[in-house]
Design a protein around this ligand. Structure first.
Ligand code: PBG
Length: 322
């Protein structure tokens, strides 16, 4: 017979705050956090994102001072998203060494050389139709797009990106990017793969924030939210293609995927608490229904508990400040 009550009393370790601290299994520190930011060209002042209270699109010309402020708050890594005014059918601006992606990456790196600068590698911010790559016959053309993703990753790395994060959900994108980076001499630039990325309604506010409205949806390339095993296959393939870090996205509704992935890979894992998750917490807190600070700690702790090493969250700056 196993030991049970009254010999076992779980409450013994909960009575004293410092004992609770001693036995705590999971903690979140600024070292774990990546802060995503939006950088818009051609605007004069910060543009608030109405669906994400507290988030603004930073004018490109203010980026230097903003990056310095973000770093001095204690943020160690940022993910840059460009809000383009030069969109075309293939997202060509992101392939140019003088395009927004390249300019903002350079500017961020120059402003804070110690800060980890991560580039989102995808075309939806730079295409006029809003899809993540080259559209042909009503579908995103996989193989043309991965070729372009490789070129885009090289543009980012040459501009100073410390890491690239492909999010287009094209087959073979990690291998194509690794090869392009290596051919360009960027052998030490790591790839954080958006490996298990679902076609989620939780990205709604992001599309307004990044100015990438889409006619249609991304169900032909992002994953069906109902599929768990497939998410593990996606991640395993990205590992085999050379990914250095695997990401699950969105975060909270997909903790099962994160936990299962933790059991089958030795790579670092990232969780992305996406725009819709941020909006739910912010608006609920604004309405007085939730305690924002405690909710944020609890959700970030849940990512770590489920197996994440890194967390991308729009709350990162609030967390490091407090
Ligand atoms: C680009 C990209 C998206 C997000 C991150 N990278 C949008 C999408 O896939 O539709 C969403 C991030 C968020 O919602 O916070 N492909």
């Amino acid at each position: 017979m196993s030991i049970a009550f009254p010999v076992v009393r779980m409450r013994r370790l909960r009575r004293h705050a410092a004992i609770r601290d001693l036995v705590r299994e999971t903690t979140v520190t600024p070292d774990d956090l990546i802060y995503p930011i939006f950088v818009e060209e051609g605007i004069e002042s910060p543009a608030p994102v109405n669906s994400m209270p507290g988030v603004v699109r930073i004018p490109e010309k203010n980026l230097t001072q903003e990056i310095k402020a973000i770093q001095s708050d204690g943020i160690k890594a940022v993910m840059l998203f460009g809000v383009s005014h030069a969109k075309d059918a293939i997202g060509g601006d992101a392939l140019k060494s003088e395009g927004l992606l390249s300019r903002m990456t350079k500017r961020a790196k120059d402003a804070a050389p110690e800060l980890v600068i991560i580039s989102d590698i995808c075309f939806c911010e730079y295409t006029d139709h809003g899809h993540c790559g080259v559209v042909e016959g009503g579908h995103v053309h996989n193989d043309q797009t991965i070729n372009n993703l490789g070129r885009q990753a090289v543009v980012a790395a040459k501009a100073g990106a410390d890491m690239v994060a492909p999010s287009a959900m094209m087959d073979g994108q990690v291998a194509a990017i690794r090869e392009a980076l290596d051919d360009a001499g960027c052998i030490d630039t790591p790839i954080m793969a958006y490996a298990s990325k679902f076609a989620s309604a939780f990205y709604g506010p992001f599309r307004a924030a990044a100015g990438c409205d889409l006619k249609g949806d991304r169900k032909a390339y992002q994953m069906d939210p109902m599929n768990g095993r497939e998410a593990l296959r996606e991640a395993m393939l990205d590992e085999a293609e050379g990914a250095d870090i695997l990401m699950v996205k969105p975060g909270m509704p997909y903790l099962d995927v994160l936990a299962r992935l933790r059991d089958i890979t030795l790579l670092p894992l990232a969780a992305y608490q996406v725009s819709g998750e941020y909006a739910m917490i912010k608006f609920a807190a604004q309405a007085g229904a939730l305690d924002e600070k405690r909710i944020v700690q609890e959700t970030l702790g849940a990512f770590k508990r489920a197996g994440a090493d890194l967390i991308l969250t729009y709350f990162a700056r609030d967390v490091v400040r407090s």
